[in-house]
Ligand binder design. Structure first.
Ligand code: FES
Length: 165
């Protein structure tokens, strides 16, 4: 993040947050909290710090606890440092019936980490298993940095993960 100024947020983050604030009535700035956290997390390499959450709270003029609650509730928000590429394997019913457990096991073995951990080189974060991501007809599937990959096979997984920066 750069040019944080006294708000603790970058000029770009403030611009993005302002666009979201404008979508809601003036007394409902807090409705922009999720979008604000998503943007700030993106700028900070994939996770939120207490300082950044406090900055969002200050900017939206809401209590810090209200921001912490949102940050700890939604699975797309991280409050600890994680690898720069986020991998989430869906293990809900359709994916489970089509081999999601094997997908998770394959990735864990390939990367040498458990779910909820990042590779030591900081390249890949294997998130805790994910609930239905609404791509059941492509089961088993996973999301990598917000992009969906479906009908996974070991060969496809290798290609996807090996090509991450
Ligand atoms: S169960 Fe995996 S996308 Fe729906």
């Amino acid at each position: 993040m750069s040019e944080t100024g006294e708000t603790g947020l970058s000029a770009h983050a403030r611009e993005v947050i302002d666009q979201w604030i404008a979508k809601y009535p003036p007394d409902r700035k807090r409705s922009a909290v999720l979008a604000a956290l998503r943007e700030v997390q993106h700028e900070n390499g994939g996770y939120l710090t207490t300082g950044l959450m406090d900055a969002v709270a200050g900017y939206l003029d809401i209590p810090a606890i209200a921001v912490y609650e949102v940050a700890s509730f939604y699975s797309m928000l991280e409050t600890q440092p994680v690898g720069r590429n986020s991998v989430s394997v869906c293990t809900n019913i359709s994916c489970m019936l089509r081999g999601a457990d094997s997908v998770v096991d394959y990735i864990k073995k390939k990367l040498g980490i458990k779910t909820g951990e990042s590779t030591p080189d900081g390249r890949i974060y294997l998130k805790l298993e994910e609930e239905c991501l609404a791509a059941c007809c492509g089961a088993p599937m996973m999301m990598v940095n917000h992009k969906y990959y479906e009908n996974l096979t070991p060969e496809k997984i290798d290609e996807i993960l090996d090509n991450l920066d």
